[in-house]
Ligand binder design. Sequence first.
Ligand code: EPZ
Length: 420
Amino acid sequence: MDKISVEGGVSLNGTVSVSGAKNSALPILFSTLLASGKHILGNVPKLKDIDSTRELLEALNCRTSVNGHTVTIEADEADNQEAHYDLVRKMRASVLCLGPLLSRYGIARVSLPGGCAIGARPINLHLEALEKMGAQIEIKEGYVEARCSKLKGTSIMFDTVTVTGTENIMMAATLAEGTTVLENAAKEPEIVDLAEYLIKMGAKITGHGTSVITIKGVSQLKASSFDIMPDRIEAGTLLIAGAITGGEVTVEGFNPVLIDALIQKMIESGFKIQTLHGKTQGVKVSSPKIWTGIDITTAPYPGFATDLQAQFMALMCVAQGTSIITETIFENRFMHVQELMRLGADITPKTRTAVVRGKPGGLVGAPVMATDLRASACLVLAGLVSQGSTLISRIYHLDRGYEDLEGKLRSLGARIQRVP
Ligand code: EPZ
């Protein structure tokens, strides 16, 4: 089982580019189930979750191939519409095959995803919406069994903003009869990216990126080609890496607007931020000697991204003063707190709020364990600023969502390597 060893105390400097967005690539890969023909997707990040998705698509009788960051998928008549537990439990985003299979074939059998470290993460909103569109849905032996001769467009109000829920139903609605209106829809940039590819395939979608999305059903979609958007969460993670080590780092290849909530909070904490527009977009961070502890509350886009909460907590562990971190999206997304405390962080976790008493230069390296994807990134960032060395185990979590993070950090001067 691989581990990552980080030597603290080096300030990072230089320029680094982000890879394609995991949370855009995944739904777009599943959207290929909607249309036969050859889909050519560029800027796809090299991640475990992408491999798992290809494995699942191949189990659904698609043919896939990878050449560098380009993935080609042919989704002709799938003679199997079952997404097996072994595949779904590895990656909950597999639930995104439900909408496309049901919409194109009128039948789908998808394993329930099961629990996850950061929360129960039920899929009730996905299922209720599909039932409203006319699907008969049963839960049998841990599987969702869904049937429908033809999904019917209707209006759907999501009780909670759900990213993959919005994506699943938006995909299902593209081939439904009539018009579907999604209200209280997620506004994440990855939803916009997915909608743009669906439109390229011939779907009729408006309102994507706002909380009301309208989809007019069409009879057929056609495979096309598309480049995945840059990963705003990786960009935020790399920016915090520059900040936490007191360095000067430029992260390029993405639109700074997409992490504006993080940028505003870093400025409030005392960091100098320059946003770069024009040919090369990106953000440059210059760190003060000491930065101030500030409060954050996670929220759906454009609020502060829950996927950056753990990374920002690491930054607050070595700030001057107290920071109150409130997690409103998931009920158990503080798994990184215990591990940060092993490095000497002073944190008091409650259900949805953690109080961090910052200690500039106060972390000391130790063996720690990754518990989920963003917690792994948080521990790497904390290791960069801890005295001595930090050994992070279970870094298979990290490989699910970051392409060569240690290589990117090494290019900025970090002393970090993978050890068997
Ligand atoms: C997506 O997960 C992302 N994953 C997550 O990123 C991200 O943290 C999350 O959105 C929030 O932004 C992908 O896009 C593949 P939700 P998703 O449905 O869609 C509740 C990462 O690190 N809910 O928006 O599963 C749910 O329990 C991952 O890259 C229901 O109650 O999240 C949660 O509390 C982690 N019923 C809240 O809504 C439902 O049917 C938001 O979840 C669906 C969701």
